[in-house]
Design a protein around this ligand. Structure first.
Ligand SMILES: Nc1ncnc2[nH]cnc12
Ligand SMILES: [Zn+2]
Length: 353
């Protein structure tokens, strides 16, 4: 991959022999970074699904792990969402949500994650009779000790399901605000095509008034116009995925100019067939265009890996330069909703490597 312009104030030249190690096929040393695009329900590993089903006295529709793993062949976003929502049935108690979250944090720490902005889908739990208190408090209890236990600072993002009506989302946002839920931001996810950003204009307006930060999935399967509308109608600060911006040169120019963060998830895009193979992924072109991209895992239990696996596979295919790896890590930190003080700490950690 070509080196890119607009150097970040990091010093990738001091990354040591990471490039040589990669060339020799050895593991890359993980860089300290922020993970900005992660659905906590997408970290539910098959083993934990079986463990929680047993703990909760539930019968799963799969005979065993192998049968479940055999279903992880997706043809598009919807084919994944069907399994993702079905598997959530095992999440019944606060302890279940806490255990799932703690398992992610432990694995993320090993991947180099030092700050995580974690999405959860409250509506996917409410619709199965699980209260907001159960899911929010369960996840939040694990996040509360994350800095001490795993060295990872965290923020919680309530994501809303765009295939449901806006009225439903407004009701849930009001309940979250009324219970003083520890959320820093809202997001928009689930089936994209046919559910454009404009459908949620009032939801994002209300969240902004409540002082919440704003992000939305756009341009994963949906057209570039959804990215434009997420920015112009919803007023989001970040775009989750956004890879289809590459079909609209004027939009790319705007995103570069305004330094709009795009939280890209390469292995997810391959597994959901947004791209044919990793070699066809637009990440190198996005970097070369000067876009503010970061690498994230989306739903690591379903897509073949965590953020370090995404970097390793990208590196195997594109032989990322040390400069670009450091830039991706720095972009993730700059693009986070963390305090300026925390960002400075993380950038220092990155520069000191
Ligand atoms: N990649 C993705 N796109 C949209 N909604 C999701 N929910 C969980 N993962 C998602
Ligand atoms: Zn996502």
């Amino acid at each position: 991959m070509e080196p890119t312009q607009n150097p970040d104030p990091t010093h990738p030249e001091v990354l040591g022999d990471a490039g040589a190690l990669a060339a020799a096929g050895e593991a890359l040393r993980p860089l300290p970074l922020a993970e900005l695009h992660l659905h906590i329900e997408g970290t539910l590993q098959p083993e934990l699904i079986f463990e929680l089903a047993e703990r909760n006295g539930m019968e799963l529709p799969y005979a065993g792990l192998e049968e479940l793993r055999g279903l992880y062949e997706f043809t598009d976003l919807q084919s994944f969402l069907d399994l993702y929502y079905a598997n959530m049935a095992v999440l019944q108690t606060e302890q279940d949500f806490a255990d799932m979250t703690r398992a992610y944090l432990a694995r993320a720490a090993a991947a180099g994650v030092r700050h995580a902005e974690i999405m959860m889908d409250p509506q996917a739990h409410l619709s199965r009779g699980i209260s907001l208190e159960t899911c929010v408090n369960g996840v939040a209890s694990a996040l509360a000790t994350s800095v001490q236990e795993f060295g990872i600072s965290t923020l919680l993002i309530a994501a809303f399901l765009r295939d449901l009506p806006e009225e439903a989302a407004l009701g849930v946002l009001d309940s979250l605000l009324a219970m003083n839920a520890p959320i820093a931001a809202i997001g928009l996810d689930s089936a994209e095509v046919g559910n454009p950003p404009a459908k949620f204009e009032r939801l994002f307006g209300r969240a902004r008034e409540a002082g919440l930060r704003l992000t939305a999935h756009a341009g994963e399967e949906g057209p570039p116009s959804y990215i434009i509308d997420a920015l112009d109608i919803l007023g989001v600060e970040r775009i989750d995925h956004g890879i289809r911006c590459m079909e609209d040169p004027e939009l790319v120019e705007r995103l570069v100019e305004d330094r709009i963060p795009l939280t890209v998830c390469p292995l997810s895009n391959v597994r959901l067939r947004a791209v044919d193979t990793l070699a066809d992924h637009p990440l190198p072109a996005m970097l070369a265009a000067g876009l503010n991209v970061s690498v994230n895992s989306d739903d690591p239990a379903y897509f073949g890996g965590y953020v370090d696996d995404n970097f390793a596979q990208l590196n195997a295919v594109f032989a990322l330069s040390e400069f670009d790896r450091a830039r991706l890590a720095a972009n993730s930190i700059h693009s986070s909703f963390a305090s300026e003080e925390r960002k400075a700490e993380l950038l220092k950690e990155l520069n000191d490597i």
